[in-house]
Design a protein around this ligand. Structure first.
Ligand code: NI
Length: 260
């Protein structure tokens, strides 16, 4: 099993990371991607990844953090991206829910980090909230200029519509589902999970956030990805084992990781 998105670098795990990782491994998790959201958290993600064979880092400036970012931060991200354990640029993206006052800056950081991902031949991990139209416009224009990538990246904790998902799939994106797919009234997320093709599907926890049902409201950890897996298997009416095989294969392919 895999967890395609867990913030092991979050302060929630400062005192118990070893224990959390032990629990994850005991429950069968073989690979975890740990994304940063600013320089400090990106460096921390790399440190954890360098220490643990089964953890890989993703680095970048999150849309909520662009207001505190400095010009040299993008150069720093580029420098850090040469590290062998860095497998993606992210999380990056657009968030107009929390960032209405930084829209132009968010777009600028998104474009610059997309360019970096192309330069470094790394996929992106995208955070998208209440900014679908602008995001699609930016990505469409970007791929028209730079060509379509087979491994453009993943939409992390996808919560958009099925119509938007189809456009994202056409652009080459993988779709990752987290805790919200297990929530009782998450009709749209369940519907997109049903329609997401197996060869583009990923699962994640977004630890320490978004703990799945029935653990909602607790500190989320990678071992809880099994609850996401179970729910998707149930929604699709497909054996858990098949889902597991597919998400593992997808993760290793997208992030260029050599699986077992
Ligand atoms: Ni995240």
């Amino acid at each position: 099993m895999i967890d395609s998105h867990a913030h092991l670098n979050d302060e929630a795990f400062i005192d118990n990371l070893d224990e959390v990782l032990l629990d994850a491994r005991k429950s069968g998790i073989k690979t975890i991607i740990c994304p940063g959201w600013d320089i400090e958290s990106s460096i921390k993600a790399i440190k954890i990844a360098e220490r643990e064979d089964d953890i890989y880092a993703s680095i970048g400036i999150h849309p909520e953090n662009v207001k505190d970012a400095k010009d040299e931060d993008l150069l720093k991200i580029e420098e850090l991206s040469s590290n062998k354990k860095v497998v993606a640029i992210g999380e990056i993206g657009l968030d107009y829910h929390y960032g209405k006052d930084t829209i132009e800056l968010q777009k600028e950081y998104l474009l610059k980090q997309l360019a970096l991902s192309t330069k470094k031949n790394l996929p992106v991990i995208i955070h998208l909230r209440e900014a679908t139209e602008d995001f699609l416009n930016i990505i469409k224009e970007y791929t028209e200029k730079n060509g379509k990538h087979e491994k453009i990246g993943v939409m992390h904790c996808y919560s958009g519509s099925t119509e938007t998902m189809k456009i994202l799939l056409d652009l080459g994106f993988y779709i990752s589902f987290g805790g919200p797919v297990t929530f009782k009234n998450a009709k749209t997320v369940k519907e997109t999970a049903l329609l997401c093709p197996l060869d583009r599907l990923l699962i994640e926890t977004d630890s320490p956030y978004l703990a799945p049902h029935p653990l909602r409201g607790t500190v989320n950890t990678p071992k809880n990805v099994s609850l996401v897996l179970k729910e998707i298997a149930k929604i699709k009416g497909i054996d858990e084992k098949i889902i597991e095989e597919n998400v593992e294969k997808n993760l290793y392919f997208l992030f260029n990781i050599k699986g077992e």
